[in-house]
Design a protein around this ligand. Structure first.
Ligand SMILES: NC(=O)c1ccc[n+]([C@@H]2O[C@H](COP(=O)([O-])OP(=O)(O)OC[C@H]3O[C@@H](n4cnc5c(N)ncnc54)[C@H](OP(=O)(O)O)[C@@H]3O)[C@@H](O)[C@H]2O)c1
Length: 331
């Protein structure tokens, strides 16, 4: 069964995802929506989409049954309005990370999706990488005992530009929402919702966070030590530490192709599981699998997990003195 995708936005991530969509069996790029109909038409031509228009046109194409699922790739504060509009039109959706700019915004989208029984998933592509799936299987099989600690860093140096969405607070700028979300989501995936969040960080002249060191603590003694940075490049390594061993997700951990399993004094075991395409194929296949199975949520990236992650993100931003807001989208 062909899944007809609608793409909301024509920026860098929309292009990267749509390129991978062309590699997904039974996926069709059906409609491109944008603030500018010209931009949508250019993007549609590039990727062979059959139709294009404004965001409003895309929402209406979903309502008319011409689009099976919408992929939202605007800056984070614009996810909220587009997601609510797609849900109101009854169209399933895949929403880029960070899911929204605020916890309240995420709660509103999740409540609407659940009430309407419309499929909704955060595009946390890390969880669908074959190497990450392997790590999940190894943990479930007890290969490293119980997971008690997650360590992860994600730093990618970017030159400060207050106009760029990476740094502009009105576009959700800053390291926590853009990069910190990966280590936080990894820790949440293996340890659940923490009981306590402690974050400290550095800031750019416009107040956006440049880097953050985040400690998550659970009442039973489990913990996560995480960093995210836009001001320095770090190796991008993650380690799941268990009571009898550990699993390293080799850099870049947010889309790894190898894991290293260490059990007691044994020689480390290296296991390869490369991704297909640029790594976005796997989350698209999960969406198609869920839609075909009639699921409203992915069991690998359920909305409860998205809300837990969004709660941690907001705790971090609060402690860094940053107040985010959702932003309207013209529809
Ligand atoms: N999963 C990943 O690996 C990954 C990597 C990078 C980014 N992302 C996520 O993808 C999202 C977009 O990031 P990006 O790097 O693609 O950003 P980008 O290159 O700046 O593109 C964002 C696009 O959003 C649309 N948009 C709608 N309202 C906008 C507004 N008020 N201001 C600016 N743009 C607006 C624009 O498309 P139109 O002009 O067509 O409306 C724009 O091209 C973010 O949430 C980000 O976290 C994910």
């Amino acid at each position: 069964m062909t899944t007809r995708w609608g793409i909301a936005a024509t920026g860098r991530m929309a292009a990267a995802f749509t390129s991978d969509l062309l590699l997904v069996p039974d996926a069709e790029v059906a409609f491109v929506g944008s603030r500018s109909a010209d931009s949508a038409a250019e993007f549609a031509g590039r990727f062979g989409a059959s139709a294009s228009g404004t965001y409003r046109d895309l929402v209406e194409a979903g309502r008319a049954g011409e689009v099976d699922v919408v992929y939202v790739a605007t800056p984070h504060p614009q996810h909220h309005d587009l997601a609510l509009a797609a849900i109101e039109a009854g169209t399933p959706l895949l929403v880029e990370k960070a899911f929204t700019a605020t916890l309240a915004g995420a709660e509103e989208v999740v409540a609407a999706a659940r009430a309407a029984e419309v499929f909704c998933m955060e595009a946390m592509w890390t969880r669908f990488q074959p190497a990450l799936a392997l790590a999940r299987e190894l943990v479930a099989a007890g290969e490293i005992g119980d997971v008690v600690m997650v360590q992860a860093d994600f730093g990618a140096h970017r030159a400060f530009d207050p106009e760029s969405r990476l740094f502009d607070l009105s576009l959700g700028g800053g390291s926590v929402l853009d990069l910190g979300v990966y280590p936080i989501s990894l820790a949440q995936h293996f340890l659940g919702r923490p009981d306590r969040v402690v974050a400290t960080g550095t800031h750019y002249p416009n107040g956006a966070d440049a880097s953050a060191a985040i400690h998550l603590a659970w009442a039973d003694g489990r913990a996560a030590a995480l960093t995210g940075s836009l001001s320095s490049s770090t190796p991008g390594r993650a380690v799941l530490v268990g009571t009898t061993g550990s699993i390293e997700l080799e850099p870049p951990f947010h889309h790894p192709s190898r894991v290293v399993v260490r059990r007691g004094d044994e020689e480390p075991e290296v296991m390869e599981r490369p991704a297909r395409g640029s790594g976005y194929v796997h989350q698209a296949e999960e969406v198609q699998r869920c839609l075909a199975a009639g699921l409203a949520e992915s069991p690998v990236m359920p909305l409860t997990d998205t809300l837990d992650v969004q709660w941690v993100l907001e705790e971090c931003l609060d402690q860094l003195g940053i107040d985010m807001a959702e932003a309207p989208v013209e529809l």
